[in-house]
Design a protein around this ligand. Structure first.
Ligand code: BG6
Length: 470
Protein backbone atom coordinates (compact mmCIF):
# COMPACT_ATOMS: atom_id res chain seq x y z
CA UNK A 1 0.00 0.00 0.00
CA UNK A 2 1.36 3.41 -0.91
CA UNK A 3 0.71 6.09 1.68
CA UNK A 4 0.52 9.78 0.86
CA UNK A 5 1.54 10.83 4.35
CA UNK A 6 3.60 8.79 6.76
CA UNK A 7 2.76 8.75 10.44
CA UNK A 8 5.51 9.77 12.86
CA UNK A 9 7.09 7.43 15.38
CA UNK A 10 5.26 7.61 18.72
CA UNK A 11 6.71 10.24 21.09
CA UNK A 12 7.75 7.65 23.66
CA UNK A 13 9.22 5.22 21.09
CA UNK A 14 11.94 3.14 22.73
CA UNK A 15 15.08 3.59 20.61
CA UNK A 16 17.99 1.51 21.84
CA UNK A 17 19.99 -1.60 21.06
CA UNK A 18 20.59 -5.09 22.43
CA UNK A 19 23.24 -7.43 23.81
CA UNK A 20 23.22 -10.76 25.60
CA UNK A 21 25.15 -11.71 28.71
CA UNK A 22 27.24 -14.61 27.43
CA UNK A 23 28.18 -12.76 24.23
CA UNK A 24 29.18 -9.41 25.72
CA UNK A 25 30.16 -9.72 29.38
CA UNK A 26 33.21 -12.02 29.52
CA UNK A 27 34.26 -12.76 33.14
CA UNK A 28 32.47 -16.01 32.48
CA UNK A 29 33.75 -17.76 35.59
CA UNK A 30 34.51 -14.69 37.71
CA UNK A 31 33.02 -13.52 41.02
CA UNK A 32 31.21 -16.75 41.72
CA UNK A 33 29.53 -17.20 38.32
CA UNK A 34 28.83 -20.85 37.49
CA UNK A 35 29.39 -22.20 33.97
CA UNK A 36 26.55 -22.15 31.47
CA UNK A 37 26.06 -24.49 28.52
CA UNK A 38 27.81 -21.85 26.42
CA UNK A 39 30.95 -22.07 28.54
CA UNK A 40 31.33 -25.80 28.05
CA UNK A 41 30.26 -26.15 24.43
CA UNK A 42 32.79 -27.08 21.77
CA UNK A 43 33.90 -23.74 20.35
CA UNK A 44 33.69 -23.56 16.56
CA UNK A 45 37.17 -23.76 15.03
CA UNK A 46 38.86 -20.39 14.53
CA UNK A 47 36.72 -18.56 17.07
CA UNK A 48 37.63 -17.39 20.54
CA UNK A 49 36.16 -18.55 23.84
CA UNK A 50 33.88 -16.53 26.14
CA UNK A 51 36.30 -15.53 28.87
CA UNK A 52 36.60 -11.90 27.77
CA UNK A 53 34.07 -11.17 24.98
CA UNK A 54 33.73 -7.35 24.95
CA UNK A 55 34.74 -7.21 28.64
CA UNK A 56 31.43 -5.51 29.38
CA UNK A 57 31.49 -6.98 32.89
CA UNK A 58 34.35 -4.63 33.75
CA UNK A 59 33.52 -1.78 31.36
CA UNK A 60 29.73 -1.49 31.62
CA UNK A 61 30.00 2.11 32.88
CA UNK A 62 31.94 3.26 29.84
CA UNK A 63 29.60 1.28 27.56
CA UNK A 64 26.41 2.67 29.05
CA UNK A 65 27.85 6.19 28.92
CA UNK A 66 28.37 5.67 25.17
CA UNK A 67 24.80 4.40 24.81
CA UNK A 68 23.62 7.51 26.64
CA UNK A 69 25.70 9.64 24.27
CA UNK A 70 23.80 8.03 21.37
CA UNK A 71 20.59 9.02 23.15
CA UNK A 72 19.32 5.52 23.96
CA UNK A 73 15.88 5.41 25.52
CA UNK A 74 16.31 1.74 26.35
CA UNK A 75 19.06 -0.87 26.62
CA UNK A 76 18.14 -4.49 26.09
CA UNK A 77 20.50 -6.85 27.90
CA UNK A 78 20.13 -10.32 29.36
CA UNK A 79 20.77 -11.62 32.84
CA UNK A 80 23.08 -14.59 33.10
CA UNK A 81 21.20 -17.24 35.05
CA UNK A 82 24.40 -18.86 36.34
CA UNK A 83 25.82 -15.52 37.48
CA UNK A 84 22.78 -15.12 39.73
CA UNK A 85 22.33 -18.79 40.63
CA UNK A 86 25.66 -20.57 39.97
CA UNK A 87 23.98 -23.97 40.20
CA UNK A 88 20.78 -22.87 38.52
CA UNK A 89 18.82 -23.26 41.76
CA UNK A 90 19.71 -22.82 45.44
CA UNK A 91 22.33 -20.31 46.62
CA UNK A 92 22.09 -16.81 45.16
CA UNK A 93 25.44 -15.24 44.21
CA UNK A 94 25.53 -11.76 45.83
CA UNK A 95 28.18 -10.59 43.36
CA UNK A 96 25.85 -11.46 40.50
CA UNK A 97 23.02 -9.43 42.02
CA UNK A 98 25.43 -6.58 42.61
CA UNK A 99 26.59 -6.57 38.98
CA UNK A 100 23.10 -6.35 37.52
CA UNK A 101 22.06 -3.78 40.13
CA UNK A 102 24.99 -1.68 38.95
CA UNK A 103 24.05 -2.09 35.29
CA UNK A 104 20.40 -1.21 35.98
CA UNK A 105 21.32 1.81 38.13
CA UNK A 106 23.79 3.02 35.55
CA UNK A 107 21.04 2.89 32.88
CA UNK A 108 18.59 4.75 35.10
CA UNK A 109 21.19 7.42 35.82
CA UNK A 110 20.90 8.36 32.12
CA UNK A 111 17.13 7.78 31.91
CA UNK A 112 17.71 4.64 29.88
CA UNK A 113 14.88 2.16 30.44
CA UNK A 114 16.35 -1.30 31.15
CA UNK A 115 14.73 -3.99 28.97
CA UNK A 116 15.78 -7.28 30.50
CA UNK A 117 15.86 -10.66 28.75
CA UNK A 118 15.53 -13.33 31.41
CA UNK A 119 17.15 -16.11 29.40
CA UNK A 120 19.32 -15.84 26.29
CA UNK A 121 20.78 -19.23 25.26
CA UNK A 122 22.80 -19.74 28.48
CA UNK A 123 21.24 -22.42 30.66
CA UNK A 124 23.36 -23.11 33.74
CA UNK A 125 25.48 -26.19 33.01
CA UNK A 126 24.46 -27.63 36.40
CA UNK A 127 20.86 -27.73 35.16
CA UNK A 128 21.88 -29.20 31.82
CA UNK A 129 23.55 -32.00 33.77
CA UNK A 130 20.28 -32.58 35.61
CA UNK A 131 18.49 -33.10 32.30
CA UNK A 132 17.96 -29.52 31.16
CA UNK A 133 14.67 -28.38 29.62
CA UNK A 134 13.61 -31.95 28.96
CA UNK A 135 12.94 -32.39 32.67
CA UNK A 136 9.56 -31.30 33.99
CA UNK A 137 11.40 -29.62 36.90
CA UNK A 138 12.85 -27.11 34.45
CA UNK A 139 9.57 -25.21 34.79
CA UNK A 140 10.18 -24.73 38.51
CA UNK A 141 13.86 -23.89 37.94
CA UNK A 142 12.93 -21.08 35.58
CA UNK A 143 10.10 -19.76 37.74
CA UNK A 144 12.44 -19.70 40.74
CA UNK A 145 15.02 -17.77 38.70
CA UNK A 146 12.27 -15.37 37.60
CA UNK A 147 11.24 -14.85 41.22
CA UNK A 148 14.82 -14.03 42.26
CA UNK A 149 15.03 -11.49 39.42
CA UNK A 150 11.65 -9.86 40.15
CA UNK A 151 12.49 -9.65 43.87
CA UNK A 152 15.87 -8.05 43.30
CA UNK A 153 15.31 -5.90 40.23
CA UNK A 154 11.54 -5.51 39.88
CA UNK A 155 11.51 -2.19 41.74
CA UNK A 156 13.46 -0.64 38.83
CA UNK A 157 13.03 -2.92 35.81
CA UNK A 158 9.59 -2.50 34.26
CA UNK A 159 10.14 -4.18 30.89
CA UNK A 160 10.90 -7.90 30.76
CA UNK A 161 11.41 -10.42 27.97
CA UNK A 162 11.06 -14.10 28.81
CA UNK A 163 13.08 -16.40 26.54
CA UNK A 164 15.19 -15.16 23.66
CA UNK A 165 14.40 -17.00 20.42
CA UNK A 166 12.78 -20.07 21.90
CA UNK A 167 12.01 -21.09 18.31
CA UNK A 168 15.70 -20.96 17.36
CA UNK A 169 16.57 -22.99 20.47
CA UNK A 170 14.21 -25.68 19.23
CA UNK A 171 14.87 -25.48 15.48
CA UNK A 172 18.59 -24.66 15.42
CA UNK A 173 19.94 -25.57 18.85
CA UNK A 174 22.77 -27.46 17.18
CA UNK A 175 24.02 -24.25 15.54
CA UNK A 176 23.93 -22.09 18.65
CA UNK A 177 25.42 -24.81 20.80
CA UNK A 178 22.46 -25.63 23.00
CA UNK A 179 21.11 -28.92 21.60
CA UNK A 180 22.88 -31.76 19.90
CA UNK A 181 19.97 -34.12 19.37
CA UNK A 182 19.88 -36.48 16.42
CA UNK A 183 18.00 -39.65 15.57
CA UNK A 184 14.31 -40.49 15.37
CA UNK A 185 13.48 -39.39 18.94
CA UNK A 186 14.94 -35.92 18.51
CA UNK A 187 11.56 -34.33 17.76
CA UNK A 188 9.93 -35.93 20.78
CA UNK A 189 12.62 -34.54 23.02
CA UNK A 190 12.67 -31.11 21.39
CA UNK A 191 8.92 -30.58 21.58
CA UNK A 192 8.85 -31.76 25.18
CA UNK A 193 11.54 -29.17 25.98
CA UNK A 194 9.50 -26.65 24.05
CA UNK A 195 6.39 -27.42 26.09
CA UNK A 196 8.28 -26.98 29.35
CA UNK A 197 9.64 -23.62 28.17
CA UNK A 198 6.15 -22.51 27.16
CA UNK A 199 4.66 -23.42 30.54
CA UNK A 200 7.63 -21.82 32.31
CA UNK A 201 7.16 -18.66 30.23
CA UNK A 202 3.43 -18.48 30.99
CA UNK A 203 4.10 -18.86 34.71
CA UNK A 204 6.83 -16.21 34.60
CA UNK A 205 4.48 -13.77 32.83
CA UNK A 206 1.81 -14.28 35.49
CA UNK A 207 4.41 -13.94 38.25
CA UNK A 208 5.72 -10.69 36.77
CA UNK A 209 2.23 -9.19 36.92
CA UNK A 210 1.93 -10.32 40.53
CA UNK A 211 5.35 -9.20 41.75
CA UNK A 212 6.43 -6.21 39.63
CA UNK A 213 4.31 -3.09 40.11
CA UNK A 214 3.61 -1.73 36.63
CA UNK A 215 5.71 -4.52 35.10
CA UNK A 216 5.29 -5.41 31.45
CA UNK A 217 6.47 -8.66 29.97
CA UNK A 218 6.53 -10.39 26.60
CA UNK A 219 8.17 -13.17 24.60
CA UNK A 220 11.12 -12.61 22.22
CA UNK A 221 11.04 -15.14 19.38
CA UNK A 222 12.84 -14.72 16.07
CA UNK A 223 10.11 -14.08 13.54
CA UNK A 224 10.77 -14.49 9.82
CA UNK A 225 7.83 -14.51 7.51
CA UNK A 226 8.05 -17.47 5.11
CA UNK A 227 7.41 -16.77 1.42
CA UNK A 228 6.37 -19.42 -1.10
CA UNK A 229 9.12 -19.83 -3.75
CA UNK A 230 6.49 -19.63 -6.51
CA UNK A 231 2.75 -19.25 -6.93
CA UNK A 232 2.36 -23.02 -7.14
CA UNK A 233 -0.30 -23.96 -4.61
CA UNK A 234 1.97 -26.59 -3.04
CA UNK A 235 4.64 -23.94 -2.39
CA UNK A 236 2.03 -21.83 -0.63
CA UNK A 237 1.21 -24.82 1.59
CA UNK A 238 4.92 -25.26 2.32
CA UNK A 239 5.18 -21.59 3.35
CA UNK A 240 2.17 -22.00 5.63
CA UNK A 241 3.82 -25.07 7.15
CA UNK A 242 7.04 -23.22 7.93
CA UNK A 243 5.18 -20.18 9.25
CA UNK A 244 3.25 -22.41 11.62
CA UNK A 245 6.24 -24.43 12.84
CA UNK A 246 8.72 -21.57 13.02
CA UNK A 247 6.61 -18.55 13.96
CA UNK A 248 3.01 -19.04 14.99
CA UNK A 249 3.53 -22.04 17.26
CA UNK A 250 5.43 -19.74 19.62
CA UNK A 251 3.26 -16.67 19.39
CA UNK A 252 -0.11 -18.47 19.41
CA UNK A 253 1.04 -20.07 22.64
CA UNK A 254 2.43 -16.89 24.23
CA UNK A 255 -0.62 -14.81 23.35
CA UNK A 256 -3.58 -17.23 23.23
CA UNK A 257 -2.22 -20.16 25.26
CA UNK A 258 -3.15 -22.53 22.43
CA UNK A 259 -1.15 -24.88 20.29
CA UNK A 260 -1.18 -23.84 16.64
CA UNK A 261 -3.15 -26.53 14.78
CA UNK A 262 -0.68 -26.96 11.91
CA UNK A 263 2.29 -27.13 14.25
CA UNK A 264 0.39 -29.68 16.33
CA UNK A 265 -0.30 -31.75 13.21
CA UNK A 266 3.42 -31.61 12.41
CA UNK A 267 4.26 -32.89 15.91
CA UNK A 268 1.70 -35.67 15.52
CA UNK A 269 3.30 -36.71 12.23
CA UNK A 270 6.70 -36.85 13.88
CA UNK A 271 5.30 -38.72 16.88
CA UNK A 272 6.46 -35.77 18.92
CA UNK A 273 3.44 -34.35 20.72
CA UNK A 274 4.53 -33.37 24.22
CA UNK A 275 3.22 -34.81 27.46
CA UNK A 276 0.79 -32.18 28.74
CA UNK A 277 0.06 -32.48 32.44
CA UNK A 278 -3.20 -31.57 34.08
CA UNK A 279 -3.40 -27.84 34.61
CA UNK A 280 -0.83 -26.98 31.90
CA UNK A 281 -3.39 -25.64 29.43
CA UNK A 282 -4.89 -23.45 32.13
CA UNK A 283 -1.46 -22.06 33.04
CA UNK A 284 -0.79 -21.40 29.36
CA UNK A 285 -4.10 -19.60 28.96
CA UNK A 286 -3.36 -17.42 31.99
CA UNK A 287 0.05 -16.10 31.00
CA UNK A 288 -0.78 -12.93 29.12
CA UNK A 289 1.98 -10.90 27.50
CA UNK A 290 1.69 -7.10 27.50
CA UNK A 291 3.63 -6.77 24.26
CA UNK A 292 5.52 -8.87 21.75
CA UNK A 293 9.27 -8.56 21.41
CA UNK A 294 10.71 -10.11 18.27
CA UNK A 295 14.03 -10.45 16.49
CA UNK A 296 14.03 -9.97 12.73
CA UNK A 297 16.97 -10.54 10.41
CA UNK A 298 15.37 -11.72 7.19
CA UNK A 299 12.54 -13.65 5.63
CA UNK A 300 12.64 -17.31 4.58
CA UNK A 301 11.62 -18.74 1.21
CA UNK A 302 10.41 -22.30 0.83
CA UNK A 303 8.93 -24.71 -1.66
CA UNK A 304 7.16 -27.97 -1.44
CA UNK A 305 9.35 -30.82 -0.21
CA UNK A 306 8.81 -34.45 -1.16
CA UNK A 307 8.60 -36.92 1.70
CA UNK A 308 11.42 -39.15 0.54
CA UNK A 309 14.09 -36.48 0.13
CA UNK A 310 17.45 -37.17 1.79
CA UNK A 311 18.01 -34.86 4.75
CA UNK A 312 21.43 -33.78 3.54
CA UNK A 313 21.57 -30.47 5.34
CA UNK A 314 20.23 -29.35 8.69
CA UNK A 315 18.39 -26.25 9.80
CA UNK A 316 20.56 -23.26 9.09
CA UNK A 317 20.07 -19.70 8.04
CA UNK A 318 18.02 -19.15 4.90
CA UNK A 319 18.46 -21.67 2.12
CA UNK A 320 19.51 -24.71 4.07
CA UNK A 321 16.20 -25.24 5.89
CA UNK A 322 14.16 -28.34 5.23
CA UNK A 323 11.72 -30.84 6.69
CA UNK A 324 10.92 -33.80 4.43
CA UNK A 325 7.26 -33.69 3.39
CA UNK A 326 6.81 -30.26 4.96
CA UNK A 327 8.99 -27.57 3.34
CA UNK A 328 12.28 -27.15 1.52
CA UNK A 329 14.31 -23.97 1.85
CA UNK A 330 15.03 -22.04 -1.33
CA UNK A 331 17.21 -19.04 -2.12
CA UNK A 332 15.29 -15.84 -2.79
CA UNK A 333 16.88 -14.48 -5.96
CA UNK A 334 15.37 -11.05 -5.33
CA UNK A 335 17.41 -10.38 -2.22
CA UNK A 336 21.01 -9.27 -1.64
CA UNK A 337 23.18 -10.93 1.02
CA UNK A 338 25.38 -9.88 3.89
CA UNK A 339 29.07 -10.83 3.91
CA UNK A 340 28.01 -13.83 5.94
CA UNK A 341 25.41 -15.00 3.43
CA UNK A 342 22.25 -13.83 5.21
CA UNK A 343 19.54 -12.48 2.92
CA UNK A 344 18.63 -8.81 3.43
CA UNK A 345 14.90 -8.06 3.19
CA UNK A 346 13.67 -4.75 4.63
CA UNK A 347 10.32 -5.00 2.86
CA UNK A 348 9.86 -8.44 4.34
CA UNK A 349 10.27 -6.73 7.72
CA UNK A 350 7.15 -4.66 7.03
CA UNK A 351 5.32 -7.76 5.83
CA UNK A 352 6.34 -9.56 9.03
CA UNK A 353 5.17 -6.69 11.26
CA UNK A 354 1.83 -6.45 9.41
CA UNK A 355 1.21 -10.17 9.68
CA UNK A 356 2.12 -10.34 13.35
CA UNK A 357 -0.05 -7.40 14.28
CA UNK A 358 -3.07 -8.67 12.39
CA UNK A 359 -2.75 -12.00 14.22
CA UNK A 360 -2.07 -10.74 17.76
CA UNK A 361 -3.05 -7.06 18.12
CA UNK A 362 -0.44 -6.35 20.76
CA UNK A 363 2.15 -3.55 20.77
CA UNK A 364 5.47 -4.79 19.40
CA UNK A 365 9.11 -3.99 19.99
CA UNK A 366 11.92 -5.10 17.71
CA UNK A 367 14.43 -6.72 20.05
CA UNK A 368 17.03 -7.53 17.36
CA UNK A 369 17.76 -6.59 13.75
CA UNK A 370 21.15 -5.84 12.28
CA UNK A 371 24.03 -6.55 9.98
CA UNK A 372 27.01 -8.76 10.79
CA UNK A 373 30.08 -7.52 8.91
CA UNK A 374 33.89 -7.49 8.89
CA UNK A 375 34.41 -3.93 10.19
CA UNK A 376 37.84 -2.33 9.92
CA UNK A 377 39.33 0.16 12.36
CA UNK A 378 41.31 2.79 10.44
CA UNK A 379 44.60 4.18 11.70
CA UNK A 380 42.90 7.37 12.82
CA UNK A 381 40.40 5.40 14.96
CA UNK A 382 37.35 5.42 12.65
CA UNK A 383 35.07 2.68 11.40
CA UNK A 384 33.36 3.52 8.13
CA UNK A 385 30.38 1.17 8.26
CA UNK A 386 28.18 2.81 5.64
CA UNK A 387 26.80 -0.66 4.77
CA UNK A 388 25.36 -0.92 8.31
CA UNK A 389 23.81 2.55 8.04
CA UNK A 390 22.16 1.50 4.75
CA UNK A 391 20.83 -1.69 6.31
CA UNK A 392 19.42 0.03 9.39
CA UNK A 393 18.00 2.97 7.44
CA UNK A 394 16.09 0.65 5.14
CA UNK A 395 14.66 -1.28 8.07
CA UNK A 396 13.70 1.83 10.05
CA UNK A 397 11.91 3.17 6.96
CA UNK A 398 9.84 -0.01 6.95
CA UNK A 399 8.89 0.45 10.60
CA UNK A 400 7.54 3.87 9.72
CA UNK A 401 5.54 2.37 6.87
CA UNK A 402 4.23 -0.35 9.17
CA UNK A 403 3.19 2.30 11.72
CA UNK A 404 1.33 4.06 8.92
CA UNK A 405 -0.27 0.70 8.05
CA UNK A 406 -1.72 0.81 11.58
CA UNK A 407 0.76 -1.48 13.33
CA UNK A 408 1.43 -0.54 16.95
CA UNK A 409 5.22 -0.33 17.34
CA UNK A 410 6.76 0.62 20.68
CA UNK A 411 10.49 0.39 20.07
CA UNK A 412 13.51 -0.64 18.05
CA UNK A 413 16.59 -2.33 19.49
CA UNK A 414 19.00 -3.41 16.78
CA UNK A 415 21.67 -6.02 17.36
CA UNK A 416 23.97 -4.99 18.79
CA UNK A 417 24.76 -2.00 20.99
CA UNK A 418 28.44 -2.88 20.98
CA UNK A 419 30.59 -5.48 19.18
CA UNK A 420 30.34 -8.87 20.82
CA UNK A 421 30.90 -12.55 20.10
CA UNK A 422 28.59 -14.06 17.51
CA UNK A 423 26.70 -17.27 18.31
CA UNK A 424 29.05 -19.37 16.19
CA UNK A 425 31.09 -17.07 13.96
CA UNK A 426 33.30 -15.40 16.52
CA UNK A 427 34.40 -11.83 17.10
CA UNK A 428 35.11 -11.01 13.44
CA UNK A 429 31.39 -10.92 12.74
CA UNK A 430 30.58 -7.51 14.19
CA UNK A 431 27.17 -5.90 14.63
CA UNK A 432 27.76 -3.01 17.05
CA UNK A 433 27.54 0.78 16.90
CA UNK A 434 30.59 0.75 19.16
CA UNK A 435 33.76 -0.92 17.93
CA UNK A 436 35.75 -3.02 20.42
CA UNK A 437 39.46 -3.12 19.72
CA UNK A 438 40.23 -6.82 19.83
CA UNK A 439 40.66 -9.62 17.33
CA UNK A 440 39.54 -13.20 17.52
CA UNK A 441 42.43 -14.26 19.74
CA UNK A 442 44.47 -11.10 20.27
CA UNK A 443 42.76 -9.07 23.00
CA UNK A 444 44.61 -5.84 22.05
CA UNK A 445 43.47 -2.78 24.05
CA UNK A 446 39.73 -3.54 24.23
CA UNK A 447 39.25 0.19 23.79
CA UNK A 448 35.94 1.46 22.46
CA UNK A 449 35.58 3.48 19.22
CA UNK A 450 32.50 5.19 17.80
CA UNK A 451 31.67 3.81 14.35
CA UNK A 452 30.09 6.01 11.66
CA UNK A 453 26.81 4.25 12.45
CA UNK A 454 27.12 5.52 16.05
CA UNK A 455 26.87 9.16 14.92
CA UNK A 456 24.16 8.33 12.41
CA UNK A 457 21.98 6.48 14.96
CA UNK A 458 22.44 9.36 17.43
CA UNK A 459 20.92 11.69 14.86
CA UNK A 460 18.10 9.24 14.12
CA UNK A 461 17.20 9.04 17.81
CA UNK A 462 17.49 12.81 18.35
CA UNK A 463 14.98 13.37 15.52
CA UNK A 464 12.74 10.51 16.76
CA UNK A 465 13.24 8.70 13.45
CA UNK A 466 12.49 11.70 11.19
CA UNK A 467 16.05 12.25 10.00
CA UNK A 468 17.50 9.09 8.45
CA UNK A 469 19.90 10.93 6.15
CA UNK A 470 23.70 10.48 6.19
C1 BG6 B 1 20.08 -13.86 17.22
C2 BG6 B 1 20.53 -14.10 18.63
O1 BG6 B 1 19.66 -15.07 16.68
O2 BG6 B 1 20.99 -13.44 16.28
C3 BG6 B 1 21.84 -13.45 19.01
O3 BG6 B 1 19.53 -13.78 19.56
C4 BG6 B 1 22.81 -13.55 17.85
O4 BG6 B 1 22.31 -14.06 20.18
C5 BG6 B 1 22.19 -12.81 16.66
O5 BG6 B 1 24.08 -13.10 18.12
C6 BG6 B 1 23.09 -12.80 15.43
O6 BG6 B 1 23.46 -14.09 15.09
P1 BG6 B 1 24.98 -14.50 14.91
O7 BG6 B 1 24.95 -15.97 14.68
O8 BG6 B 1 25.47 -13.74 13.75
O9 BG6 B 1 25.68 -14.14 16.17
Amino acid sequence: MLHKNLKPFPKDFLWGASTSAYQVEGANLEDGKGPSVQDVKVIPEGTSDLTVCADHYHRYKEDIALMAEMGFKTYRFSISWSRILPNGTGEVNPKGIEFYNNVINECLKYNIEPLVTMFHFDLPQALEERGGWEKRESIDWFVNFAKVMFENFGDRVKYWLTINEQNVLILSGDIIGTTKLTGPDKYKSLYQQNHHMLVAQAKAMALCHEMVPGGKIGPAPNISLAYPASCKPEDQLAAQNLNAIRNWLYLDMAVYGKYNNLAWAFMEERNATPVIEEGDMEILANGHPDFIGFNYYSTATVKWCPENIEETFGHDQQKTRMEPGVYLGAANENLPHTDFGWEIDPMGFRATMREMYSRYRLPMIVTENGLGAYDKLTEDGKVHDQYRIEYLRKHIEQIKLAITDGVEMMGYCPWSAIDLISTHEGMVKRYGFIYVDRDEFDLKTLDRYRKDSFYWYKKVIASNGEDLSD
